[in-house]
Write a protein that binds this ligand. Structure first.
Ligand code: GLC
Ligand code: CA
Length: 569
């Protein structure tokens, strides 16, 4: 069996602090709000929180633009509040994972204010600078035409510095130069400071981008509007592994901490093993996102809603690739979404079968091996937004996308709104739905971003009362992982995909020391069938229709979004 570790057995919960709970009536969630809900989370089965950034920040990207790594944003509270949060978590045997933003700072960070002053400023080399291109008319433009993740160029001209700086996210987030050892030392120091304060680990933001290939020429570019989105020039490049090994050696390995890196940019299991294989000596886990978009919604802004359909076979393939590819070699985090994704209830679920589909999604994911990260609001089946105006999408990436797309004339506003409602990051950033009171119990004043109208029905208070609710289902399943007779099997057992070609139903088997379970889930509202001969039902652990009478798996019909967890002989 695998080596046991606390973080393999942990049950994580991601909190987007701005939208969790507001306790001082400014419409913005805060650290005290989180502290007041720790008992709720403990009861749900959570043992570890990943907190999105709460550092000082001008909030261009809601805190991912850090202006001081050693202090807390006023919006969220004080350093004392954070230390109290750590304390209150530890008292409850829970842990805190902070977001560690290494790729960039805010342009209001002191390092950048210094860097732009002159070429010989000691901080100049903390960032990535280049001169513009001059054309035959003497006009200056960006050093090259690579796009940023948030639309537009990945370069921005700085009037003070008289050069361009690289910024693969927003204009206000200049990228750090990790090839500079002085910068690296500053980051190591900062991470140590937080670990010494009692933080239990980090989710390492945008870690795949810490090194870049600067050889890109515009002649390499096929025409793509104006800027070419080609992430390979700044994703998963070999040099960054040296930086992470150094980080591990000097910092992470000195603590009993957990690190999980975000490798967007399409990392493969092979690449994930480079980051977080047991012998990589870099990180403990890697987040990737292939399985989050198996309905074809990613970047598909010309598709109609009816064309967005879950491709179950492809979803099985991706999940199996990670479950099998890392088993025994590295550890997977398991999650449906984070703060950059749409809500899974809308993505793979169906609001007309809200309970059934959300419970089915819970079973399918959280019976896999790996460390769960439940995203705040997922446990009650929160959905995508119902917004009708562009200004409601308060997110720099959504606004940039709309601006550039409107300018290009490629789509009109209505088409843009359809796409944003379906796939923008704001979907997961709406206020947590605590009850059916005004503003969903999130705040007593207008929240920073509008509530979703369905909070009157979909909210924590309702679901705590209803013993058959999605929330109580999550609680049951998370507790099944946490303690009791199936714990080791669920956490450490092997995984096998069954019935691959079934295009409605996802079935897999888990096994450890002769204990075996099957998870069988229908991803559609139409009925589906499986036919397993040779498996004998020992016990029905869960059925989301509360139907515990099944005794054979031959010719079994599954109702809309029906899901079984079954122990077999
Ligand atoms: C990561 C974060 C995202 C943020 C970006 C820049 O992808 O998850 O929310 O905008 O990095 O920090
Ligand atoms: Ca507040």
């Amino acid at each position: 069996m695998e080596n046991k570790k606390w973080w393999k057995e942990a049950i994580g919960y991601q909190i987007y602090p701005r939208s969790f709970l507001d306790t001082n009536n400014d419409g913005i969630g805060d650290i005290r709000g989180i502290i007041s809900k720790l008992d709720y989370l403990k009861d749900l089965g959570i043992t570890m929180i990943w907190l999105c950034p709460v550092y000082k920040s001008p909030m261009d990207d809601n805190g991912y633009d850090v202006s001081d790594f050693y202090d807390i944003a006023e919006d969220y509270g004080t350093l004392d509040d954070l230390l109290e949060l750590i304390d209150e978590l530890h008292k409850r045997d829970m842990r805190l994972i902070m977001d560690l933003v290494l790729n960039h700072t805010s342009d209001e960070h002191n390092w950048f204010l210094e860097a732009r002053k002159s070429k010989d400023n000691p901080y100049r080399d903390f960032y990535i600078w280049a001169d513009g291109k001059i054309d035959e008319n003497g006009e200056m433009s960006e050093p090259n035409n690579l796009a940023s993740f948030f639309s537009g160029s990945c370069w921005k001209y700085d009037e003070v510095a008289k050069q361009y700086y690289m910024k693969i996210f927003s204009d206000k987030m200049p990228d750090l130069n990790w090839s500079n050892p002085k910068l690296r030392e500053k980051m190591f120091e900062m991470a140590k400071w937080w670990l010494d304060k009692g933080v239990d680990g980090f989710r390492v933001d945008a870690v795949a981008h810490l090194s870049r290939d600067m050889s890109f020429q515009d002649s390499d570019m096929e025409h793509f509007e104006k800027y070419k989105p080609d992430w390979k020039f700044f994703s998963n490049r070999p040099e960054l592994h040296n930086y992470l090994k150094e980080f591990n050696e000097k910092v992470f390995s000195k603590y009993d901490c957990m690190t999980v890196g975000e490798a967007g940019g399409g990392a493969t299991p092979r690449q994930a093993l480079d980051y977080s294989g047991y012998d990589s000596h870099e990180l403990d886990m890697t987040f990737t996102f292939d399985h989050c978009w198996e309905n074809g919604a990613f970047g598909a802004d010309t598709k109609k809603d009816e064309e967005i359909i879950t491709n179950v076979i492809s979803l099985k393939d991706v999940i199996s690739k990670w479950q099998l590819g890392l088993y025994g070699k590295g550890w997977n985090p398991i999650y449906w979404l984070n703060h950059d994704h749409p809500r899974v209830a809308s993505q793979y679920g169906d609001i007309n079968y809200h309970k059934e589909s959300c419970k089915m999604l819970c079973n399918t994911l959280y019976m896999l091996w790996g460390t769960p990260f439940v995203y705040n609001g997922e446990e009650i089946g929160m959905t995508n937004v119902d917004y009708t105006r562009l200004d409601q999408f308060k997110d720099v990436s959504a606004q940039n996308y709309a601006k550039f797309t409107l300018e290009s004339g490629r789509l009109d506003l209505d088409q843009i709104l359809v796409h944003l409602r379906r796939s923008s990051r704001i979907n997961s950033r709406t206020p947590m739905q605590w009850n059916d009171q005004k503003f969903a119990g999130f705040s007593n004043v207008n929240p920073w971003v509008d509530n979703v109208g369905n909070y009157k029905v979909i909210n924590v208070e309702n679901q705590l009362k209803d013993k058959d609710s999605i929330l109580n289902h999550y609680k049951k399943i998370l507790h099944l992982r946490k303690e009791g007779e199936y714990k080791d099997l669920i956490i450490y057992g092997n995984y096998e995909l069954l019935d691959h070609d079934n295009d409605k139903i996802f079935t897999y088997k888990r096994e450890l020391n002769n204990q075996k379970i099957l998870v069988i889930s229908n991803f559609f509202k139409e009925e589906g069938k499986v036919d397993f001969k040779g498996f004998k039902v020992k016990k029905i652990i869960d059925n989301n229709y509360n139907d515990y009478s099944l005794n054979s798996l031959e010719n079994l019909t599954l109702r809309a979004f029906e899901s079984y967890i079954i122990e077999i002989e």
